[in-house]
Design a protein around this ligand. Structure first.
Ligand code: ZN
Ligand code: ZN
Length: 361
Protein backbone atom coordinates (compact mmCIF):
# COMPACT_ATOMS: atom_id res chain seq x y z
CA UNK A 1 0.00 0.00 0.00
CA UNK A 2 1.55 3.31 -1.06
CA UNK A 3 -1.20 5.63 0.14
CA UNK A 4 -1.02 9.19 1.35
CA UNK A 5 0.20 10.24 4.81
CA UNK A 6 -2.37 9.28 7.48
CA UNK A 7 -1.46 12.59 9.06
CA UNK A 8 -3.73 14.36 6.54
CA UNK A 9 -6.85 12.90 8.16
CA UNK A 10 -5.53 13.97 11.57
CA UNK A 11 -5.18 17.53 10.31
CA UNK A 12 -8.77 17.41 9.03
CA UNK A 13 -10.06 16.14 12.36
CA UNK A 14 -8.11 18.81 14.23
CA UNK A 15 -9.85 21.46 12.12
CA UNK A 16 -13.37 20.24 12.98
CA UNK A 17 -13.69 21.64 16.49
CA UNK A 18 -13.44 25.18 15.09
CA UNK A 19 -16.34 24.39 12.77
CA UNK A 20 -18.48 23.01 15.57
CA UNK A 21 -18.91 19.53 14.10
CA UNK A 22 -18.04 16.02 15.32
CA UNK A 23 -17.13 14.62 11.93
CA UNK A 24 -16.77 15.62 8.30
CA UNK A 25 -18.28 13.76 5.37
CA UNK A 26 -15.91 14.30 2.44
CA UNK A 27 -17.65 13.72 -0.88
CA UNK A 28 -15.67 15.87 -3.31
CA UNK A 29 -13.54 13.35 -5.20
CA UNK A 30 -10.46 15.57 -5.32
CA UNK A 31 -10.63 15.97 -1.56
CA UNK A 32 -11.20 12.22 -1.16
CA UNK A 33 -8.10 11.61 -3.25
CA UNK A 34 -5.98 14.04 -1.23
CA UNK A 35 -7.20 12.46 2.00
CA UNK A 36 -7.09 8.75 1.14
CA UNK A 37 -5.13 8.30 -2.10
CA UNK A 38 -8.16 6.81 -3.87
CA UNK A 39 -8.42 7.79 -7.54
CA UNK A 40 -11.72 6.19 -8.59
CA UNK A 41 -14.93 7.93 -9.63
CA UNK A 42 -17.23 7.10 -6.70
CA UNK A 43 -16.24 7.37 -3.05
CA UNK A 44 -16.79 9.20 0.22
CA UNK A 45 -14.78 9.47 3.40
CA UNK A 46 -15.81 10.19 6.97
CA UNK A 47 -13.28 11.74 9.35
CA UNK A 48 -14.09 11.73 13.07
CA UNK A 49 -15.19 11.66 15.72
CA UNK A 50 -12.26 10.58 17.93
CA UNK A 51 -10.11 8.95 15.29
CA UNK A 52 -12.91 7.29 13.28
CA UNK A 53 -11.91 6.91 9.62
CA UNK A 54 -14.42 5.38 7.24
CA UNK A 55 -13.87 5.07 3.49
CA UNK A 56 -16.75 4.05 1.25
CA UNK A 57 -16.88 3.05 -2.38
CA UNK A 58 -18.81 0.62 -4.56
CA UNK A 59 -18.10 -2.92 -5.73
CA UNK A 60 -16.29 -1.81 -8.92
CA UNK A 61 -13.48 -0.43 -6.78
CA UNK A 62 -13.14 -3.32 -4.33
CA UNK A 63 -9.54 -4.18 -5.25
CA UNK A 64 -8.43 -0.71 -6.38
CA UNK A 65 -9.45 0.74 -3.03
CA UNK A 66 -7.65 -2.07 -1.19
CA UNK A 67 -4.48 -1.11 -3.07
CA UNK A 68 -4.78 2.65 -2.70
CA UNK A 69 -6.41 3.34 0.65
CA UNK A 70 -4.24 2.89 3.74
CA UNK A 71 -4.96 0.69 6.75
CA UNK A 72 -5.93 3.70 8.86
CA UNK A 73 -9.28 3.59 7.04
CA UNK A 74 -12.14 1.16 7.60
CA UNK A 75 -13.22 0.30 4.07
CA UNK A 76 -16.87 -0.31 3.28
CA UNK A 77 -18.24 -1.40 -0.07
CA UNK A 78 -21.86 -0.70 -0.93
CA UNK A 79 -24.05 0.46 -3.82
CA UNK A 80 -25.40 3.40 -1.78
CA UNK A 81 -22.56 5.03 0.16
CA UNK A 82 -24.62 7.36 2.34
CA UNK A 83 -27.10 4.63 3.27
CA UNK A 84 -24.27 2.29 4.18
CA UNK A 85 -22.67 4.96 6.35
CA UNK A 86 -25.97 5.75 8.09
CA UNK A 87 -26.53 2.07 8.95
CA UNK A 88 -23.42 1.96 11.04
CA UNK A 89 -22.36 5.43 12.17
CA UNK A 90 -19.41 5.89 14.52
CA UNK A 91 -20.62 6.46 18.09
CA UNK A 92 -20.95 9.98 19.41
CA UNK A 93 -21.73 11.51 16.04
CA UNK A 94 -24.42 14.17 16.40
CA UNK A 95 -23.25 17.05 14.19
CA UNK A 96 -22.00 15.96 10.78
CA UNK A 97 -20.25 18.50 8.56
CA UNK A 98 -20.72 18.17 4.81
CA UNK A 99 -18.96 19.90 1.92
CA UNK A 100 -21.67 22.36 1.03
CA UNK A 101 -19.62 23.95 -1.76
CA UNK A 102 -19.78 20.64 -3.67
CA UNK A 103 -23.11 19.10 -2.59
CA UNK A 104 -26.22 20.00 -4.57
CA UNK A 105 -29.40 21.00 -2.79
CA UNK A 106 -30.97 17.75 -3.97
CA UNK A 107 -28.10 15.66 -2.57
CA UNK A 108 -28.22 17.53 0.71
CA UNK A 109 -31.91 16.75 1.06
CA UNK A 110 -31.25 13.10 0.30
CA UNK A 111 -28.51 12.96 2.94
CA UNK A 112 -30.90 14.49 5.46
CA UNK A 113 -33.45 11.78 4.64
CA UNK A 114 -30.89 8.99 4.93
CA UNK A 115 -29.40 10.13 8.25
CA UNK A 116 -32.74 11.11 9.80
CA UNK A 117 -33.16 13.13 12.97
CA UNK A 118 -30.28 11.56 14.89
CA UNK A 119 -27.69 13.53 12.93
CA UNK A 120 -27.66 17.23 12.21
CA UNK A 121 -26.08 18.14 8.86
CA UNK A 122 -23.89 21.23 9.13
CA UNK A 123 -22.50 23.13 6.09
CA UNK A 124 -18.75 22.80 6.41
CA UNK A 125 -17.15 23.55 3.06
CA UNK A 126 -13.50 24.40 2.56
CA UNK A 127 -11.97 22.40 5.43
CA UNK A 128 -9.98 20.11 3.15
CA UNK A 129 -9.30 22.83 0.57
CA UNK A 130 -7.71 25.00 3.28
CA UNK A 131 -5.37 22.17 4.21
CA UNK A 132 -4.56 21.49 0.56
CA UNK A 133 -3.17 25.03 0.19
CA UNK A 134 0.16 23.98 1.68
CA UNK A 135 1.83 21.12 -0.12
CA UNK A 136 3.86 18.40 1.57
CA UNK A 137 7.25 17.41 0.09
CA UNK A 138 5.83 14.54 -1.96
CA UNK A 139 3.25 16.88 -3.49
CA UNK A 140 5.92 19.46 -4.31
CA UNK A 141 7.95 16.74 -6.03
CA UNK A 142 4.93 15.69 -8.08
CA UNK A 143 4.24 19.27 -9.19
CA UNK A 144 7.93 19.81 -10.01
CA UNK A 145 7.92 16.66 -12.13
CA UNK A 146 4.75 17.71 -13.96
CA UNK A 147 6.30 21.11 -14.71
CA UNK A 148 9.52 19.53 -16.00
CA UNK A 149 7.61 17.14 -18.23
CA UNK A 150 5.52 19.98 -19.68
CA UNK A 151 8.65 22.06 -20.34
CA UNK A 152 10.23 19.17 -22.24
CA UNK A 153 7.12 18.74 -24.35
CA UNK A 154 7.18 22.45 -25.19
CA UNK A 155 10.81 22.26 -26.31
CA UNK A 156 10.04 19.30 -28.52
CA UNK A 157 6.98 20.82 -30.19
CA UNK A 158 7.61 24.57 -30.25
CA UNK A 159 11.37 24.21 -30.67
CA UNK A 160 10.74 22.32 -33.92
CA UNK A 161 8.93 25.34 -35.40
CA UNK A 162 5.31 26.43 -35.49
CA UNK A 163 5.06 28.88 -38.43
CA UNK A 164 2.60 27.57 -41.02
CA UNK A 165 1.12 24.98 -38.66
CA UNK A 166 -2.38 25.54 -37.31
CA UNK A 167 -2.95 26.58 -33.72
CA UNK A 168 -5.02 23.45 -33.24
CA UNK A 169 -2.29 21.20 -34.57
CA UNK A 170 0.34 22.70 -32.27
CA UNK A 171 -2.02 22.40 -29.29
CA UNK A 172 -2.73 18.77 -30.13
CA UNK A 173 0.99 18.02 -30.51
CA UNK A 174 1.70 19.51 -27.09
CA UNK A 175 -0.93 17.24 -25.60
CA UNK A 176 0.46 14.16 -27.36
CA UNK A 177 4.05 15.03 -26.39
CA UNK A 178 3.02 15.30 -22.74
CA UNK A 179 1.11 12.02 -22.84
CA UNK A 180 4.03 10.28 -24.51
CA UNK A 181 6.29 11.44 -21.70
CA UNK A 182 4.00 9.86 -19.14
CA UNK A 183 1.44 12.53 -18.30
CA UNK A 184 -2.06 11.17 -17.59
CA UNK A 185 -3.46 14.10 -19.51
CA UNK A 186 -2.97 17.73 -20.26
CA UNK A 187 -3.99 19.57 -17.07
CA UNK A 188 -6.30 21.66 -19.32
CA UNK A 189 -6.75 21.95 -23.10
CA UNK A 190 -3.64 23.84 -24.27
CA UNK A 191 -4.08 27.37 -25.60
CA UNK A 192 -2.20 28.37 -28.75
CA UNK A 193 -3.22 31.81 -29.99
CA UNK A 194 -1.40 33.90 -32.60
CA UNK A 195 -1.55 37.65 -33.18
CA UNK A 196 -4.81 39.38 -32.27
CA UNK A 197 -6.31 36.04 -31.24
CA UNK A 198 -3.86 36.11 -28.32
CA UNK A 199 -5.79 39.09 -26.97
CA UNK A 200 -8.45 36.61 -25.77
CA UNK A 201 -7.11 35.28 -22.43
CA UNK A 202 -8.93 31.95 -22.92
CA UNK A 203 -8.54 31.71 -26.69
CA UNK A 204 -9.52 28.40 -28.30
CA UNK A 205 -6.95 27.13 -30.79
CA UNK A 206 -8.19 27.68 -34.36
CA UNK A 207 -7.75 25.80 -37.61
CA UNK A 208 -5.71 28.67 -39.03
CA UNK A 209 -1.98 28.63 -39.81
CA UNK A 210 0.33 30.58 -37.51
CA UNK A 211 1.87 33.45 -39.51
CA UNK A 212 5.45 34.71 -39.38
CA UNK A 213 6.20 38.01 -37.64
CA UNK A 214 3.70 37.79 -34.79
CA UNK A 215 3.43 36.88 -31.13
CA UNK A 216 1.93 33.54 -30.15
CA UNK A 217 0.57 32.86 -26.65
CA UNK A 218 1.02 29.24 -25.60
CA UNK A 219 -0.50 28.15 -22.27
CA UNK A 220 -0.24 24.49 -21.36
CA UNK A 221 0.32 22.08 -18.50
CA UNK A 222 0.64 18.41 -17.63
CA UNK A 223 -1.11 16.22 -15.13
CA UNK A 224 1.24 13.68 -13.58
CA UNK A 225 0.42 11.42 -10.62
CA UNK A 226 -2.70 13.51 -10.17
CA UNK A 227 -0.82 16.80 -9.84
CA UNK A 228 -1.05 19.63 -12.34
CA UNK A 229 1.40 22.06 -13.84
CA UNK A 230 0.58 25.34 -15.58
CA UNK A 231 2.85 27.57 -17.67
CA UNK A 232 2.57 30.18 -20.40
CA UNK A 233 5.16 31.43 -22.83
CA UNK A 234 4.59 33.99 -25.57
CA UNK A 235 6.99 33.50 -28.48
CA UNK A 236 7.76 35.57 -31.58
CA UNK A 237 7.59 34.02 -35.04
CA UNK A 238 10.21 36.35 -36.53
CA UNK A 239 10.60 40.14 -36.49
CA UNK A 240 7.88 42.01 -34.66
CA UNK A 241 6.06 45.29 -34.84
CA UNK A 242 7.78 47.56 -32.24
CA UNK A 243 4.40 47.88 -30.48
CA UNK A 244 4.38 44.13 -29.85
CA UNK A 245 7.97 44.22 -28.56
CA UNK A 246 6.97 46.99 -26.14
CA UNK A 247 3.99 45.03 -24.84
CA UNK A 248 6.19 41.99 -24.31
CA UNK A 249 8.73 44.04 -22.36
CA UNK A 250 6.00 45.47 -20.09
CA UNK A 251 4.58 42.03 -19.28
CA UNK A 252 8.01 40.54 -18.67
CA UNK A 253 8.95 43.36 -16.29
CA UNK A 254 5.67 42.94 -14.38
CA UNK A 255 6.05 39.17 -14.26
CA UNK A 256 9.60 39.25 -12.93
CA UNK A 257 8.74 41.86 -10.30
CA UNK A 258 5.77 39.81 -9.12
CA UNK A 259 7.82 36.60 -8.91
CA UNK A 260 10.36 38.51 -6.83
CA UNK A 261 7.54 39.56 -4.48
CA UNK A 262 6.45 35.98 -3.76
CA UNK A 263 7.40 34.91 -0.24
CA UNK A 264 5.59 34.09 3.02
CA UNK A 265 3.68 37.09 4.33
CA UNK A 266 2.03 39.18 1.64
CA UNK A 267 -1.54 38.45 0.60
CA UNK A 268 -2.41 37.40 -2.93
CA UNK A 269 -3.80 40.89 -3.46
CA UNK A 270 -0.50 42.49 -2.49
CA UNK A 271 1.49 40.37 -4.93
CA UNK A 272 -1.09 41.01 -7.64
CA UNK A 273 -0.70 44.75 -7.03
CA UNK A 274 3.02 44.61 -7.86
CA UNK A 275 2.37 43.45 -11.42
CA UNK A 276 -0.83 45.46 -11.81
CA UNK A 277 0.95 48.69 -10.83
CA UNK A 278 3.73 48.23 -13.39
CA UNK A 279 1.26 47.40 -16.14
CA UNK A 280 -0.86 50.44 -15.25
CA UNK A 281 2.24 52.67 -15.24
CA UNK A 282 2.89 51.53 -18.82
CA UNK A 283 -0.60 52.67 -19.84
CA UNK A 284 -2.18 49.20 -20.02
CA UNK A 285 -4.32 49.17 -16.86
CA UNK A 286 -7.48 48.31 -18.78
CA UNK A 287 -5.66 45.56 -20.74
CA UNK A 288 -4.98 43.34 -17.71
CA UNK A 289 -8.44 42.16 -16.74
CA UNK A 290 -7.73 38.91 -14.89
CA UNK A 291 -6.01 38.01 -11.64
CA UNK A 292 -2.25 37.58 -11.40
CA UNK A 293 -2.42 33.91 -10.57
CA UNK A 294 -3.92 30.95 -8.70
CA UNK A 295 -2.90 27.99 -6.63
CA UNK A 296 -2.04 24.71 -8.34
CA UNK A 297 -2.09 21.19 -6.93
CA UNK A 298 -4.42 18.27 -7.56
CA UNK A 299 -6.42 20.86 -9.48
CA UNK A 300 -4.96 23.27 -11.97
CA UNK A 301 -7.05 26.06 -10.46
CA UNK A 302 -7.26 26.03 -6.68
CA UNK A 303 -6.44 28.34 -3.79
CA UNK A 304 -4.91 30.69 -2.97
CA UNK A 305 -5.90 33.43 -5.39
CA UNK A 306 -3.45 36.10 -6.44
CA UNK A 307 -5.93 38.76 -7.47
CA UNK A 308 -7.84 41.80 -6.25
CA UNK A 309 -9.86 39.32 -4.15
CA UNK A 310 -6.82 37.47 -2.77
CA UNK A 311 -7.12 37.85 1.01
CA UNK A 312 -5.07 34.76 1.90
CA UNK A 313 -1.51 35.51 3.02
CA UNK A 314 1.10 33.42 1.24
CA UNK A 315 2.74 30.70 3.32
CA UNK A 316 5.64 28.36 2.83
CA UNK A 317 4.80 25.34 0.62
CA UNK A 318 1.96 26.99 -1.26
CA UNK A 319 2.25 26.66 -5.05
CA UNK A 320 0.93 29.48 -7.21
CA UNK A 321 1.13 30.77 -10.75
CA UNK A 322 2.37 34.26 -11.59
CA UNK A 323 0.82 35.15 -14.94
CA UNK A 324 0.26 38.78 -15.79
CA UNK A 325 -0.92 39.60 -19.30
CA UNK A 326 -1.64 42.53 -21.54
CA UNK A 327 -4.46 42.08 -24.03
CA UNK A 328 -5.02 44.82 -26.58
CA UNK A 329 -8.30 43.97 -28.33
CA UNK A 330 -7.94 43.38 -32.04
CA UNK A 331 -4.19 43.86 -31.89
CA UNK A 332 -2.03 41.69 -29.63
CA UNK A 333 -1.91 39.61 -26.47
CA UNK A 334 1.02 38.67 -24.25
CA UNK A 335 0.96 36.47 -21.15
CA UNK A 336 3.95 35.06 -19.29
CA UNK A 337 3.27 32.48 -16.58
CA UNK A 338 5.54 30.66 -14.18
CA UNK A 339 4.67 28.06 -11.59
CA UNK A 340 6.18 29.10 -8.28
CA UNK A 341 6.50 27.37 -4.90
CA UNK A 342 6.65 29.60 -1.84
CA UNK A 343 9.73 28.74 0.24
CA UNK A 344 10.70 29.72 3.80
CA UNK A 345 12.14 33.05 2.71
CA UNK A 346 11.23 33.48 -0.95
CA UNK A 347 10.18 31.41 -3.91
CA UNK A 348 11.33 28.53 -6.07
CA UNK A 349 10.37 28.93 -9.73
CA UNK A 350 9.33 25.49 -10.98
CA UNK A 351 9.09 26.50 -14.64
CA UNK A 352 12.48 26.13 -16.30
CA UNK A 353 11.97 27.77 -19.69
CA UNK A 354 13.68 31.14 -20.31
CA UNK A 355 11.54 34.26 -20.50
CA UNK A 356 13.56 36.58 -22.70
CA UNK A 357 11.61 37.06 -25.95
CA UNK A 358 12.26 33.96 -27.98
CA UNK A 359 12.05 33.75 -31.76
CA UNK A 360 10.89 30.47 -33.24
CA UNK A 361 10.49 29.41 -36.83
ZN1 ZN B 1 -1.83 28.75 -17.69
ZN1 ZN C 1 -2.74 29.63 -14.85
Amino acid sequence: VTGVPAERAERVEAALADRGVDALLVTDLVNVRWLTGFTGSNAAALVGPRGARVFLTDFRYLSQSADQVGDAWERRIAPDLAKRLAEDLPGGLARLGFEDQHVSVRERDRLAGVFGDAVELVPCGGVVEDLRLRKDPAELDAIRAAARLADEAFEEVVGAGIVGRTERDVALDLEVAMRRRGAEAASFPPIVAAGAHGALPHAEPRDVPIPAGTLVVIDWGAQLDGYASDCTRTVATGDLDPRDEDVYAVVLRAQEAAVAAVRPGPTGREVDAVARGLIADAGHAEHFGHGLGHGVGLQVHEGPRLSLQGETALEEAMVVTVEPGVYVPGAVGVRIEDLVAVTRDGAEVLSSLPKALRRVG
